[in-house]
Design a protein around this ligand. Structure first.
Ligand SMILES: Nc1ncnc2c1ncn2[C@@H]1O[C@H](COP(=O)(O)OP(=O)(O)OP(=O)(O)O)[C@@H](O)[C@H]1O
Length: 708
């Protein structure tokens, strides 16, 4: 449209109509709005109608440390030790305090005598009497003098009596035979006079405990610290931006303070966790005292900040409650360590596999010791240990383990592989046993404590620990098979009482199969250097959710994130069991097995299972058997076996058909299996070759598997 043909009249009418319209548009519900921005977004009706879910959060009646036995013991011990220290400190200095009091007592005597004299002579009335004289008010003066005389008479008599009494007592003490009462009276009098004569600027006792500059955590402190850690939304607080909110009061929690904070809208707890070191600097506390955690179940912007009195890394090593005595029921939790508040943390072994990871030297092997020892202290459990570093860190387990190997060579790595193969078969065997059990004995199709306790049934807990498992999984020859087996065991063994504990110092996808890391239930991660390792051990998205073992420093030995043991991820300082203690506990584990009659395998001096043949032909045949076939030719089976395990049967693949048939016939003979003629139609012609029957194979396998 050009300016010439613009309809001025229409436009003017439009403007007039607009002027006449009311300034505020009233909105009727039935209006047909075309402009969404004009629709009110807060509906009072909807708010009224909303039946809000119960969201009260109740503060605990008693602080956490009172309810936990270890927390209470820790607080009482701390208080008792402090008191004992204070008493000894002052007891040693008692003579000095006595001398000080004796030295000050003459001045004290003078002060007391002066005060008594002023009182007895009614000295306080003197200024008023002087005022009456100055004012020539003789009547008032006479009244005051009478009052004074009355006072002086009464007070003088009282003072004289007291003085006589004290003099008598003094003479009695001084001239009579000294007795404890007399000495106590004298000492108390001198002490009281000494205190009365104490110069105002000199203390009698020196301070036993000079308080560290620890101040209670307060809201302004937290706000100030948060505004200094370099997060824009938090820095804006000091310039009048949106502040943080404290939904709960800051409370004492264990040996530290706990603040729950709602961060400004749009800021997540993870952002703060990421800046833990800056937060510690802003609070002027050691890094090991400052433990921020997210509470994503409430909302991602909720931060729980715990500031301890002492550095977790500096704290004394945690004693394992089972170190001296006690047994374990693997169907119940066993002690693992303490959280930063000092509260006990437990772990479980039944129905959950374990994955432990960290960079070298942070306490991984010490942590693996705990479940291995706990399994030892349950006499029902069969324990197998493979320590593929070769330093013998888990050698204590030789006392009770059915299989044990320590070393970084192929022999030990192969021993671990053989154990995995056998575990896989054990899983199959147990699955069959469980399937055949009456439903009332095994309602959930998994091992129960009763079933695990039945001797001979073969459903006892079977715990297999592989330390430095990256050596196995990244092995050029055994790695692939081990990965497949471990994944199957981790997935199937759990309910069958077959538990794997895997520890690695190289959590990457070549050293730790993703099928294994994705299916493990209990994860413990000591210090790692990056997000990938963190998530490999603690689970996908752990890093994103603020569960970051990267925040541990190199001083945090034995400190780890534990996921899967409780509803929430926990920071734990693991119990410390040194070499001699480990041996002593293992000796108890051995004694328990001897008593129950379950000491077998390596610990019983039998030729280690690691020396067993590197394969079990019958199980391998079962694994490659074509589904649904009753009889199969040898040469088909030989080809399949060669494919399954090239390192063992690979040479058969190159043989002629007849030689293949012969080789397998010879190989199965020692197992009591014999071949028979099996007919097949080949290119329309019926061909007969040597083969095996599934029924015969099953009978032989049944015959070889025994119960524990
Ligand atoms: N719970 C703990 N409390 C205190 N110190 C511990 C704890 N666990 C381990 N440490 C210390 O950490 C050191 C290293 O522990 P450990 O040998 O278990 O490390 P690692 O991670 O297994 O190392 P590598 O991967 O090289 O085998 C130990 O010598 C021990 O002194």
């Amino acid at each position: 449209m050009t300016i010439e043909n613009f309809d001025w009249q229409a436009r003017e009418a439009e403007l007039n109509a607009a002027k006449a319209a009311p300034e505020i548009e009233t909105i009727e519900p039935a209006d047909d709005y075309t402009d969404a921005a004009t629709v009110p977004v807060d509906s009072a009706e909807a708010i009224r109608a909303w039946n809000a879910p119960e969201a009260d959060r109740r503060a605990p009646i008693l602080p956490g440390w009172v309810l936990s036995r270890s927390g209470l013991a820790a607080e009482l011990t701390r208080f008792g030790k402090l008191m004992a220290y204070r008493c000894s400190y002052h007891a040693v200095r008692l003579p000095v305090y006595g001398l000080r009091l004796a030295a000050w007592s003459p001045v004290g005597t003078a002060r007391v005598v002066g005060a008594v004299w002023r009182w007895a002579s009614d000295a306080e009335g003197r200024p008023i009497r002087s005022d009456a004289v100055t004012a020539h008010d003789y009547a008032a003066y006479q009244g005051l003098v009478r009052l004074r005389d009355r006072h002086v008479r009464f007070r003088g008599a009282l003072t004289a009596t007291a003085a006589l009494g004290l003099t008598g007592a003094g003479l009695y003490v001084g001239l009579g035979t000294p007795d404890p009462v007399a000495w106590t009276a004298l000492g108390s009098t001198v002490a009281a006079l000494g205190l009365a004569g104490k110069p105002a600027d000199k203390p009698l006792v020196t301070r036993a405990v000079v308080k560290a500059k620890l101040r209670p955590l307060t809201a302004p402190m937290v706000e100030k610290a948060l505004s200094r850690i370099g997060i824009a939304a938090l820095s804006a607080m000091s310039k009048g931006g949106e502040g943080v909110h404290f939904p709960d009061p800051i409370t004492r929690d264990g040996a530290g303070w706990r603040a729950v904070i709602d961060l400004p809208a749009g800021t997540t707890a993870v952002e703060v966790i990421d800046k833990r070191d800056k937060l510690a600097a802003a609070l002027a506390r050691p890094l090991g005292c400052v433990w921020p955690e997210g509470q994503s179940e409430v909302h991602p912007g909720r931060l729980a900040l715990w500031v301890g009195d002492t550095d977790l890394a500096e704290a004394k090593a945690v004693t394992w409650p089972l170190a001296r005595s006690g047994t374990v029921d693997l169907f119940a939790p066993f002690p693992l360590g303490v959280d930063p508040r000092g509260q006990a943390v437990t772990g479980e072994l039944m129905f959950t596999n374990w994955l432990v990871g960290s960079i070298p030297g942070m306490g991984k092997t010490f942590l693996v010791k705990l479940p291995v020892l706990a399994a030892g202290l349950d006499a029902r459990a069969e324990v197998q240990v493979f320590e593929l570093k070769g330093t013998g860190d888990l050698a204590f387990a030789e006392q009770y383990a059915t299989r044990y190997a320590s070393g970084a060579d192929d022999d030990e790595i192969e021993a671990a592989l053989i154990a995995l193969r056998d575990l896989r078969n054990e899983c199959k065997k147990r699955a069959r046993i469980i399937k055949d059990l009456p439903k009332d004995l095994c309602p959930e199709n998994k091992v129960t404590p009763e079933l695990a306790s039945r001797k001979g049934l073969g459903l006892h807990p079977l715990v297999v620990a592989i330390d430095e498992c990256q050596e196995l999984f990244s092995h050029p020859e055994f790695g692939k098979e081990a990965a497949v087996l471990a994944e199957k065991i981790v997935k199937l063994g759990r309910a069958l009482g077959v538990i794997l504990i895997l520890a690695t110092q190289r959590p990457d996808k070549d050293s730790l199969p993703t099928g294994v890391s994705a299916n493990v239930g209990t994860r413990a991660c000591l210090r790692v250097m990056g997000q990938v390792e963190n998530d490999m051990i603690l689970g996908t998205s752990a890093y994103k959710n603020g569960i970051r073992a990267t925040m541990f420093t190199k001083r945090d030995r034995g400190v780890f994130y534990l996921v899967g043991a409780a509803d929430e991820p926990l920071i734990v300082k693991g119990a410390f069991v040194d070499g001699p203690k480990g041996e002593a506990i293992a000796a108890r584990a051995r004694a328990l097995r001897i008593e129950r009659g379950t000491l077998t395998g390596h610990a019983a001096g039998e030729v280690a299972a690691t020396a067993a043949p590197a394969f079990n032909l019958l199980d391998d045949l079962n694994a490659v058997w074509p589904a649904g076939e009753a009889n199969v030719w040898n040469l088909v089976l030989a080809d399949r076996l060669a494919e399954l395990r090239p390192g063992v049967y690979g040479q058969w693949a190159d043989l002629a058909d007849a030689a293949k048939t012969e080789a397998l016939t010879a190989a199965v003979k020692p197992y009591g299996l014999s071949t028979k003629g099996v007919s097949r139609r080949l290119d329309g012609e019926l061909t007969n070759r040597r083969g095996l029957a599934k029924a015969d194979l099953d009978t032989s396998r049944e015959g070889r598997s025994g119960g524990r």
